[in-house]
Ligand binder design. Structure first.
Ligand code: FAD
Length: 414
C-alpha cells in the first residue's frame, strides 16, 4: 500500500495548471498536497486536506475519482492518472488519528443541524471549530447518514465514522440520536430554544416506487431499506435487482456477501447508459454480479419478475425515447427482488414548517448561498440537489457554513 502511495506521489508532474484540481468539486489543493509530501511533510499535507474538506479520509476512499480528479489528470490522456484518492485517504487517515481540539463553545451561538450525513458532519466540524455551540439531531441511532446506513462496510469501514463521532464529542458537539425532527420536535421548537440558525441536511431516504403489481409482496424490498440492515432481510439464493445506479450495485454486492448465490441486475437501458460509475460496475462484475440490459419490469409475482424488452427509438419530434416492446420478454425466476430506482426526500420537517418551500420533486429550494425560504433556516446536500455524491454534499455544506456565519454575525452581532 505504502509503496503504491509513494509511487503515485513521485509520478505527479506538478503541472503548472493542475487540471486535476479543476475536476474536484471541493477544490482540493492537490498539487500543493503532493508537493508537501514530496518534501516529507505529511502532517502539513494532512492538515491542508482536512481544512479544505473535513471528510477527506472518506472521499479518498469512495469518491468517483474517475469523474473528478483522476478523470481530469493530464496523465489520464494515456490512461494512467495519478491515483490521488489513495494518497488522500492514506494521508487523511494518518492525520485524523492524532487530531483533537480544545474548544469552548459559545452558548449564544447555538446552531441546530438536522441530519448527520456528509453535509451535516461537514457543517458541524466547520462551525464547532469556530466556537459555535452545535447540536446534531439524527434520526438513526448512529451518525453518518448514507455513509453508515447505505454504503456497505466493505467499501467504507464503520470505524471511520466512529472516529468522527469521537472527534465531534471532543469538539463539544452535542448529538441527539434516534431523534426525527418533524413529528415531535419542530423547527419552531428549535428557534424557541435559542438556536440562531438551523441547517437541514436530511438527504433522500424515500425510495421511489415502480408502481407495478406485486410491489407489496413479502419478498420485495427497496434498496435503501435493505442496505440499512442487510442481515435482517431473508433474500434467499436467487436475487433479482431492478435499477442501474450505484445503489443497485451496492445492494447486489451486499446480497452476494450475505448468502445469495445468484444475483442479477436488470436495467431498462443499455450498459453504456448505466448511471453508476464505471469502476463500480467493474467491481460488481468481479464480485460475480450478473447483468441484463434493456429490460423493464411489468409485474412481480411470488416466484418471478415479469420483464418486457425495451429499445431506444426516435419519437415523432425526432427526440430519443425508450420504448417498451409489446408482447416481449419473460418471467425471471427469483426468490426475492430489490427495487433500486432512486430516492427522494421525506417530508418530516416541511410537514411542520410549511414556510420552507420545496420544488416539484420535493427538494428544498435554496438560493445560491444555501438560504431556504424561511429566515434562519439553511439547507444543502441531497435534500436540495437530489441524490449526488459525498464530495458535492461537502462542497455545498462549506458554502452554507459561510452563509450561516455571516447571517449570525449580521443579525445578532455575534
Ligand atoms: P445523507 O447521507 O442522506 O444524510 C442525511 C441524514 O439525515 C441521515 O443520517 C438521516 O437519518 C438524517 N435525517 C433525515 N431526516 C431526518 C429528520 N427529520 N430528523 C433527523 N435526522 C434526519 N456518493 C459517493 O460520493 N460515493 C459513493 O460511493 C456513493 N455510494 C452511495 C451508495 C448508496 C447506497 C447511496 C444511497 C448513496 C451513495 N452515494 C455515494 C451518495 C452519497 O452518499 C450522498 O450523496 C450523500 O450521503 C448525501 O449526503 P447528505 O448529508 O445530504 O445526506
Amino acid at each position: 500500500m505504502l509503496s503504491n502511495i509513494t509511487n503515485e506521489n513521485n509520478r505527479c508532474l506538478q503541472c503548472k495548471n493542475p487540471f486535476c484540481e479543476d475536476g474536484c468539486p471541493v477544490d482540493t489543493p492537490i498539487k500543493e498536497v503532493i508537493g508537501l509530501l514530496k518534501e516529507n511533510k505529511i502532517k502539513q499535507a494532512g492538515e491542508m486536506l482536512f481544512e479544505n474538506n473535513p471528510l477527506s479520509v472518506i472521499t479518498g476512499l469512495i469518491c468517483p475519482h474517475e469523474d473528478f480528479c483522476e478523470g481530469h489528470c493530464i496523465l489520464n490522456r494515456k490512461g494512467n492518472p495519478i491515483q490521488f484518492g489513495s494518497i488522500e485517504h492514506y494521508v487523511s487517515n494518518y492525520y485524523l488519528k492524532n487530531l483533537s481540539f480544545d474548544i469552548k463553545a459559545d452558548p449564544n451561538k447555538k446552531v441546530g443541524i438536522i441530519g448527520s450525513g456528509p453535509a451535516g458532519l461537514t457543517m458541524a466540524i466547520i462551525l464547532a471549530k469556530k466556537g459555535y455551540d452545535i447540536t446534531i439531531f439524527e434520526a438513526h441511532e448512529k451518525i453518518g447518514g448514507v455513509l453508515r446506513h447505505g454504503i456497505p462496510e466493505f467499501r467504507l469501514p464503520n470505524d471511520i465514522l466512529d472516529r468522527y463521532h469521537e472527534l465531534l464529542i471532543n469538539m463539544g458537539v452535542k448529538i441527539r440520536p434516534n431523534t426525527v425532527v418533524g413529528p415531535v420536535l419542530s423547527i419552531d421548537d428549535l428557534f424557541r430554544d435559542g438556536y440562531k440558525s438551523i441547517f437541514v441536511a436530511t438527504g433522500t431516504w424515500k425510495p421511489r416506487k415502480l408502481n407495478i403489481k406485486g410491489e407489496s409482496l413479502g419478498n420485495v424490498y427497496y434498496a435503501i431499506d435493505y442496505l440499512r440492515s442487510p442481515l435482517t432481510h431473508n433474500l434467499g439464493e436467487k436475487v433479482c435487482i431492478i435499477g442501474g445506479g450505484n445503489v443497485a450495485l451496492d445492494s447486489a454486492r451486499t446480497a452476494l456477501r450475505n448468502g445469495a448465490k445468484d444475483v442479477k441486475i436488470f436495467y431498462r437501458r443499455s450498459e453504456e447508459e448505466m448511471p453508476s460509475s464505471e469502476n463500480e460496475i467493474k467491481y460488481a462484475k468481479f464480485d460475480g454480479v450478473k447483468f441484463e440490459f434493456n429490460k423493464t419490469p411489468k409485474e412481480i409475482k411470488d416466484n418471478c419478475v415479469y420483464f418486457a424488452d425495451t429499445e431506444n427509438i426516435l419519437n415523432e419530434d425526432g427526440k430519443p425515447e425508450l420504448k417498451t416492446i409489446e408482447d416481449s420478454g419473460y418471467c425471471y425466476e427469483a426468490d426475492s427482488t430489490i427495487v433500486s430506482i432512486s430516492q427522494g426526500p421525506k417530508t418530516n420537517i416541511v410537514d411542520s414548517a410549511k414556510d420552507i418551500k420545496l420544488n416539484r420533486l420535493g427538494l428544498v429550494i435554496i438560493d445560491s448561498t444555501g438560504k431556504t425560504t424561511r429566515e434562519g433556516v439553511f439547507a444543502s446536500g441531497d435534500v436540495v440537489t437530489g441524490a449526488k455524491t459525498v464530495v458535492e454534499a461537502v462542497a455545498a455544506a462549506k458554502l452554507a457554513a459561510k452563509t450561516i456565519e455571516d447571517y449570525i454575525e449580521e443579525k445578532y452581532n455575534l
